[in-house]
Design a binder for this molecule. Structure first.
Ligand code: FEO
Length: 404
């Protein structure tokens, strides 16, 4: 493994003119604080373009700033870098900028106007900014860079950069995956594992902005740019059939769903768990071809659960009533569902209670506010459900299956 890590941490040529100079982060387990789990690590992809002029696209996350600049010095005399292109300025891509700019403080930084505001807000430096808009170009010699603003994919500053001749789209977070690998290209990795991370990335980071995703892809397709590769800022480069991830994004952005029902619950004394399993059995009896998955939100990873919800056509959320409300973990999940704006999903609530039983109604309210179609009043059961109560839950599952 050590040899592989050393190999990947070295610069690696993608084409005659383009070299990957990023950082593979094998130990990253969470991202955005604790908002997003990254079980497969990640990478921060930076690209060096050597034509008559030299351009660097994006940098890496702050903890790796010195390593990044040190490795870059082995690849090129930093004074030979003519332009720095910052497609997006969240700290996982701009974090090494201050360390780099200490060495080449006058080098122009090409970014959107909002990108400049974010860099100034993060680093409080008066660097040589050049604001660019969609359609602006920067000739490098035999190749030319074209900038394409992509606001809210997923920050207001985001842009893509296309290089003619090489026919590569540098898409930053778009089409990325938190997926550390010894291989740079999509045709050299475990495809199922990588595609899962691409979907998880979309579901947890980009789904909220699906309308903009569709519009941006349509705009880029209308430009009829020849496309040999898509180089995102995280994970593998789409070299083998790069159109596949574009087509997949169009599907994901269009209220994506598979024939799956996802049941998520929290439980204090196993009563709500028993209800979840009885409901699942009812759904399976009516709709045996439907995939039915059950998750305890306190034991399963929240972002993996959200990915399962993302590709489901219906969801059931269960919580016992506690302190006249819903459990902490289910409340957190519902809040994240509200932010991610899943579309075209049916939903219902269930839960056990001891005396007051507010949880089911509260879950239904949250689900409605999150934009899901709540199809009934839900089901509550007092104390530990007996066999009659579990039969009711199974019947509830049957009716739910018939109505989705
Ligand atoms: Fe990979 Fe939005 O930063």
């Amino acid at each position: 493994m050590q040899d592989i890590i050393k190999f990947k941490d070295m610069a690696k040529k993608i084409t005659e003119k383009v070299t990957w100079v990023g950082k593979v982060d094998w130990e990253l387990t969470t991202f955005h604080g604790d908002e997003l789990s990254t079980h497969k690590g990640s990478s921060y992809n930076s690209y060096l373009i050597r034509d008559k002029k030299v351009a660097l696209i994006d940098t890496v996350w702050l903890p790796y700033d010195k390593e990044f600049v040190s490795n870059l010095k082995k690849e090129i005399d930093l004074s030979k870098i003519d332009y720095i292109i910052m497609n997006h300025n969240e700290i996982d891509h701009s974090g090494a900028l201050p360390e780099l700019m200490r060495e080449i403080p006058d080098t122009p930084i090409y970014c959107t106007k909002k990108g400049e505001a974010i860099i100034r807000g993060h680093y409080h430096k008066d660097w040589n900014f050049v604001n660019v808009k969609t359609g602006d170009t920067l000739p490098l010699g035999e190749t030319t860079l074209t900038f394409i603003e992509a606001p809210m994919l997923h920050w207001p500053d985001t842009m893509f950069t296309y290089i003619s001749g090489e026919n590569i789209l540098f898409s930053n977070d778009g089409f990325g995956q938190h997926f550390a690998t010894e291989s740079l290209f999509n045709d050299a990795v475990d495809n199922a594992a990588m595609m899962y991370e691409a979907e998880k990335y979309y579901a947890n980071i980009l789904n909220t902005y699906s309308v903009m995703v569709t519009k941006k892809i349509q705009q880029i397709l209308a430009m009829n740019l020849p496309l040999n590769m898509i180089c995102p800022s995280h994970g593998v480069i789409w070299k083998e059939n790069p159109a596949q991830i574009v087509e997949q994004y169009m599907k994901w952005a269009d209220a994506y769903q598979e024939d799956q029902v996802t049941i998520v619950y929290d439980t204090m004394w196993q009563s709500t768990r028993k209800m979840a399993e009885a409901i699942a059995n009812g759904i399976r009896e009516i709709s045996p071809s439907t995939t039915v998955k059950i998750f305890n939100i306190t034991k399963d990873d929240k972002n993996d659960v959200l990915t399962e919800i993302f590709h489901s056509r219906a969801v059931l959320i269960g919580s016992p009533t506690i302190n006249y409300g819903i459990s902490f973990a289910i409340a957190g999940l519902l809040e994240m569902m509200h932010g991610l704006k899943f579309k075209n999903k049916k939903a219902a609530a269930f839960g056990s209670y001891g005396w007051s039983g507010e949880a089911v109604k509260q879950i239904n309210n949250h689900l409605s506010e999150a934009g899901l179609e709540v199809i009934n009043d839900g089901i509550s059961k007092l104390w530990v459900p007996d066999s009659n109560a579990l039969d009711d839950c199974k019947e509830f599952g049957k009716e739910f299956a018939k109505s989705i």
